[in-house]
Design a protein. Structure first.
Length: 455
């Protein structure tokens, strides 16, 4: 016979087997459970607070390390500047050896003072070079066909400060000088000339002041093209603007002070140039340097005023006028009042140029009715086709035979035709033919091949 409990349901069987103490602990567990659950957020919050504190400590440590790195970098720059200043400074004489003091023996030497440094980044020199090599020949009696080294031009500039700038052109060239038709010096010897040397102060676009040696603002060509054949289209300068030591008749260079800037004129684009300088020497003797770089042969100064316009309506157009006055004192002659009036109208675009200038040089002897007027002009036109630029120029100068300052000029006129080929951005090859008619002399035909370059 089976026991009675075997026929009962399983749930009833389990209830009959559950011990009594378990039933007693169940209420206690139900009471303590909320308290245990409440302790978990508190522990988590404490853990988060500790983590944030550790992170803040790491950030502070990193900031301290970054600050220390910045200090080290600043010290390295200071040491590099001191090393550069020491390298550029002349070497100091080595003192006689003396007995070391106890402090030096112990390594307690006093640190030398930091020298005042120059800001080399602002006053850094910028140098640009230009040069030309020529092959020339003509049918003038006594001339020979030869290769010729032209001018080696070192164009040096520097920004002294925000408003002050320095500019110079240092020229190395060979051959004798030709001062107003008089040849002096050895033929195959190089010489060095400082053709431009000036300091410029810039207040604004309306006022700039320069002191030193510059190209006189007579006309257009003299201030647009300086001592580099690479910039100009033709192989040489027009006769009117030839340099003083190459047979020119104008005071190309001046030494003194000049002011320049814009004139408030809206779209008309008016500019002014006012110059005061030593003027040129009085040409006696003719072999002397015509530019008075150090002293003036008299107290009288030369003056020049130039006005020109660059209208915005016609890009590339410039028209202007200039007036130059000086007083010359030739030897064994009365003083001569010199006036040079010049006018120009030029149109220059990247692929086309048309240059036109005319002037008259007036010389009047003081205390006499004698007056000599020397007119001159040139016109030059060129058009660019790719790398080729053909050009044509006609020039004219007519001085009286008895002209007191340059009697060697007389009448010179004739055309020049040529071709410029830009072999690269920095090299130009030019071929030019010149025909010059002279008064009371046979005409001269010449051919020139030139390589002009910049570096």
């Amino acid at each position: 016979m089976k026991p009675v409990h075997q026929g009962l349901p399983i749930s009833k069987r389990n209830r009959r087997r559950m011990p009594g103490p378990a039933l007693l602990l169940l209420p206690v567990f139900l009471v303590a459970a909320p308290a245990l659950v409440a302790q978990q957020p508190a522990a988590s919050a404490a853990s988060d607070s500790e983590t944030i504190h550790l992170l803040l400590e790491r950030v502070a440590d990193l900031e301290a390390k970054v600050k220390k790195i910045d200090q080290l970098e600043a010290r390295v720059k200071q040491l590099e500047g001191e090393k550069l200043t020491t390298a550029l400074a002349p070497a100091a004489p080595v003192p006689a050896q003396t007995t070391a003091t106890p402090e030096k023996e112990m390594g307690l030497q006093e640190e030398p003072p930091v020298p005042e440094r120059m800001d080399f980044s602002k006053t850094l020199l910028r140098i640009r070079g230009f040069g030309d090599i020529n092959l020339r020949g003509d049918n003038h009696k006594g001339d020979t066909t030869s290769f010729t080294l032209g001018q080696l031009n070192l164009f040096v500039t520097s920004d002294i400060s925000e408003r002050f700038k320095f500019l110079s052109e240092i020229i190395v060239e060979g051959g004798p000088d030709n001062i107003y038709g008089v040849t002096t010096g050895q033929k195959n010897v190089f010489g060095v000339d400082v053709e431009r040397f000036l300091v410029e102060y810039s207040q604004n676009d309306y006022f700039k002041l320069a002191a030193g040696r510059w190209h006189t603002a007579i006309g257009y060509y003299n201030t647009a093209y300086h001592h580099s054949t690479w910039f100009q289209t033709a192989a040489d300068r027009p006769l009117l603007f030839a340099f003083e030591d190459r047979g020119g008749i104008l005071p190309i260079h001046s030494v003194g002070v000049s002011a320049s800037g814009l004139i408030p004129s809206g779209r008309l684009g008016l500019h002014y140039v006012a110059e005061v300088g030593n003027g040129r020497a009085s040409r006696t003797p003719l072999t002397e340097e015509p530019v008075q770089n150090v002293i003036d042969d008299q107290n009288h100064k030369a003056y020049n005023l130039a006005l020109f316009a660059r209208p915005e309506a016609v890009p590339g157009l410039q028209v202007g006028f200039s007036a130059y006055r000086d007083l010359l004192a030739p030897l064994n002659m009365p003083r001569i009042d010199e006036t040079i009036l010049a006018a120009h109208a030029v149109f220059v675009r990247p692929s086309f140029e048309w240059l036109n200038e005319a002037l008259v040089v007036r010389h009047a002897a003081l205390g006499s009715a004698l007056t000599f007027n020397t007119p001159g002009f040139y016109s030059q036109v060129s058009k660019k086709f790719g790398s080729y630029r053909p050009y044509f120029r006609y020039q004219y100068v007519n001085a009286a035979n008895a002209e007191p300052i340059f009697p060697d000029i007389k009448l010179r006129q004739g055309p020049s035709v040529g071709m410029r080929f830009d072999a690269s951005e920095s090299v130009a090859v030019k071929l030019q033919y010149d025909y010059t008619a002279l008064r009371q002399q046979p005409a001269v035909s010449g051919l020139a091949l030139q390589i002009g370059f910049t570096f």
